[in-house]
Design a binder for this molecule. Sequence first.
Ligand SMILES: Nc1ncnc2c1ncn2[C@@H]1O[C@H](COP(=O)(O)OP(=O)(O)OP(=O)(O)O)[C@@H](O)[C@H]1O
Length: 228
Amino acid sequence: MSNSYLRLSGVHRHYGEGATKVRVLDQADLVVESGELVALVAPSGAGKSTLLHLCGLLESPQEGEVEIVGNKTSKLSDRGRTQLRRNTVGYVYQFHHLLPEFTALENVTMPQLIAGKSPAEANVRAMELLDILGVAPRATHRPAELSGGEQQRVAIARAAANHPRVILADEPTGNLDPGTSDLVFAALQGLIRTEGAAALIATHNHDLAKRADRIVTIKDGKVVPHSL
Ligand SMILES: Nc1ncnc2c1ncn2[C@@H]1O[C@H](COP(=O)(O)OP(=O)(O)OP(=O)(O)O)[C@@H](O)[C@H]1O
């Protein structure tokens, strides 16, 4: 099978109609391979969140195809899309959205229990991820007892819990100071390498973007290579 875990071909997405129509993506193409981290850098309103939502099957394009691990999604039912998303995509947001009443470990075990893993298996995987991300010593802490960078690393562990082939992140360090951003980005990068996922990360942080394998931007509705 091809290693192109994420593939967009001829994707078109607009909002509204007539005078209020906003064309965000027009004949946009993008391929991200296994183990590759692509940074998405574009001005506010250019369509970064839209692109991530399309890649994560949270929105559908009006035209074109989004393929995840070889699965064409344009003809899938809502149920099929949800299932594919659950099995293949991990999403990291700017704000961690961890469940406050649960520990770091429980936050990472939970999506695995929902996916049908045994508690023992889920625990092993959660500890492995917390370890890769450098937060294993905080496993029994609740989110309020963690620093911002630790919270975000736990959120990354949670997103990766079910071995997603595609990891999408929308400003994952947008809420953190520069030193902590560095640490969190390095942890995310290490995870992507270890797991062989394909990652697309929207960021305003140019220093971090430069550490990605490739940088892309959105121009005239297309996803194009970018250099900083
Ligand atoms: N549901 C919607 N209805 C109408 N217009 C929308 C909708 N969602 C996004 N847009 C418009 O589409 C364009 C792209 O929005 P998007 O949120 O993808 O940009 P972005 O690059 O992520 O911006 P930011 O960096 O400010 O978060 C913007 O002009 C926005 O106003």
